[in-house]
Design a binder for this molecule. Structure first.
Ligand code: ATP
Ligand code: MG
Length: 260
């Protein structure tokens, strides 16, 4: 069954896009068929996948408006070996243009039905806001991955997000669950980071991924070359961490398949 995951956190700059791009590439290396959906008008995941956002005629914007299908809009990431439903700044207008649409929260879910079974994983990179685009991501997804930095205000933001997920589950998408919390840009020498990490584990237990993403400059450099870190510096700590995260997800999926 296709795993459809929204990578989301309304807080900006926590590593959503870095996680989406590098997890997509790491799952593709493990022979998984992956579709990355860029739901952010910034188009960072599109560019990080080696696709020039300014040259695109058809994007996720047209899919949400219903004028094009995902089959018409998707592109291949030559540098990451997965498919991309790309975005650019056109998407910023979608929210207003969809105001009068009925069922405007489920446009992505409906469009995805056409292609979902061609993929093992669909990863949705959400913008840093709890807006209609993110809601479309949460309605299309079966689970949510929450990247977060272990800093003072992180837990507060997290409770807002958990409340939103509860509301979406109650009204729009009853199957939605938290897939896991991912500690990003982690520095084990930072005492506060360690404390927040301990609190996270105390609150969320096994929902916190064992894999931790360290702060690693190679991860920050790779987008400027339009490649996932795996193809920028294979031996880097960033590469190893995202390969480990892909391994953890595949292991979890195998375990739940045998227990089902
Ligand atoms: P936004 O909310 O704007 O969409 P985001 O949550 O998608 O941001 P990213 O764009 O992935 O966050 O990361 C923010 C910045 O931090 C980027 O410059 C990225 O290259 C850098 N970065 C992300 N993860 C790491 C890491 N583990 N080590 C070092 N730099 C990182
Ligand atoms: Mg982003």
């Amino acid at each position: 069954m296709t795993k459809i995951m929204a990578i989301t956190n309304q807080k900006g700059g926590v590593g959503k896009t870095t996680t989406t791009v590098n997890l997509a590439a790491s799952l593709a290396v493990a022979k998984q068929r992956v579709l990355l959906i860029d739901l952010d008008p910034q188009g960072n995941a599109t560019m990080g996948s080696g696709i020039e956002k300014r040259d695109l005629e058809i994007t996720v914007y047209h899919v949400l408006l219903g004028t094009k299908t995902i089959v018409e809009a998707r592109k291949k990431s030559e540098t990451g070996k997965y498919d991309v439903l790309p975005a650019n700044r056109d998407l910023a207008g979608a929210e207003i243009e969809m105001v009068d649409f009925s069922q405007r929260e489920t446009r992505l879910r409906d469009a995805l039905q056409l292609v979902a079974e061609n993929y093992d994983y669909v990863l949705i990179d959400c913008p840093p806001a709890l807006n209609l685009l993110t809601l479309n991501g949460l309605c299309a997804a079966k689970s949510v991955m929450i990247p977060m930095q272990c800093e003072y205000y992180a837990l507060e933001g997290l409770s807002d997000l958990v409340n939103t997920i509860r509301k979406v589950r109650a009204s729009l998408n009853p199957v939605l669950e938290i897939e896991g919390l991912l500690r990003t840009m982690f520095d084990p020498r930072n005492t506060l980071a360690q404390q927040v990490s301990d609190q996270l584990q105390a609150h969320f237990g096994s929902k916190v991924y064992r894999t931790v993403i360290p702060r690693n400059v190679r991860l920050a450099e790779a987008p400027s070359y339009g490649v996932p870190v795996l193809y920028h510096d294979k031996a880097s700590k960033g590469t190893q961490a995202y390969l480990a995260l892909a391994g953890e997800l595949l292991n979890n999926a195998a375990k739940s398949a045998t227990s089902a």
